[in-house]
Design a protein around this ligand. Structure first.
Ligand code: IPD
Ligand code: CA
Ligand code: CA
Length: 267
């Protein structure tokens, strides 16, 4: 059973993911009016929608849980004193979002002294809501979900990469995965692909360099669905990029070895 405080946190996170998703969906339907800023690359975009959706989430969290820390992609880190840290990606999959594709989501995660704690991911266009809290199982639109059984070849693998990773690094990873017989796909949202690992739609997900806000919620979903995740650094490391990987138990070791995520990151 969740204690009262964590039950309140989970309930607010679910409500906020839906409200944030509704706001993002309004922007999505009038995306032609958005001023798009390319941060560094055509896949690295931001607009008013990202900032406003994060503001909606953060101000509600500030009000309800002023002692909790918050880390978000658009508005950074605000320290707390409770030991509970919210980790927010207001729109994961901004490139698909701005290009009119359905593969984007709101991702609200959290961690505490014991690691990943809460994960809520809402994909508005698909109307799919993934919810998990440590020790409580994981659900999709209210129904329990489980990661797949079987190894890397038991289904599709999700892959991600961004322009900060050397093309050779990505090419090597894909070559070795294909040589191992893994079938892979890439959708525009890493957070959503992690949720799909939890839902048994993908065998795993791997990306050489991501941030905590991309993976925290998905990690909780995968752990609660019986899968495994590559630990994301905590403490000061939480704000820095790191390799991200989650998979069904049967695929995890092979995937980590092929992706060489056991050694120091080589971006
Ligand atoms: C990105 C998406 C993408 C992944 C990138 C992320 P954003 O997040 O998750 O799938 O490959 O590494 O940065 O920028 O859309 O929030
Ligand atoms: Ca992201
Ligand atoms: Ca984002």
């Amino acid at each position: 059973m969740l204690n009262d405080l964590n039950a309140e946190r989970l309930s607010l996170a679910v409500d906020l993911a839906r409200r944030a998703g509704d706001l993002a969906l309004e922007y999505f339907h009038r995306r032609d009016a958005l001023v798009v800023e390319t941060k560094r690359h055509v896949t690295d975009l931001v607009s008013e929608a990202d900032r406003e959706v994060e503001t909606l989430i953060r101000s509600a969290l500030d009000k309800a849980f002023p002692d909790d820390a918050q880390l978000g992609e658009e508005h950074g880190l605000s320290e707390g004193r409770s030991g509970f840290t919210w980790v927010i990606d207001p729109i994961d999959g901004t490139a698909p979002f701005l290009n009119g594709l359905p593969g984007w989501c709101v991702s609200i995660g959290a961690c505490d002294d014991a690691g990943p704690a809460l994960g809520v991911i809402y994909a508005p266009v698909l109307d799919e809501l993934f919810v998990a809290f440590r020790g409580q199982g994981a659900t999709l639109n209210g129904a329990p979900i489980r990661a797949l059984d079987g190894d890397l070849r038991a289904g599709l693998l999700g892959i991600g990469a961004n322009d900060r990773v050397a093309s050779k690094r990505v090419g090597r990873m894909l070559t070795e995965l294909m040589d191992a017989g893994a079938g892979w796909m890439r959708y525009g949202s890493g957070a959503l692909m992690l949720a799909w690992v939890a839902a048994g739609r993908l065998t795993g997900y791997a990306e050489p360099r991501m941030s905590a806000w991309d993976c925290m919620a998905g990690y909780v979903l995968i752990l609660e669905a019986g899968g495994r995740v590559l630990p994301f650094p905590d403490g000061p490391g939480l704000t820095l990029p790191a390799p991200v990987m989650g998979a069904s138990s049967g695929a995890y070791d092979e995937l980590r070895d092929i992706c060489a995520f056991g050694s120091a990151p080589d971006w």
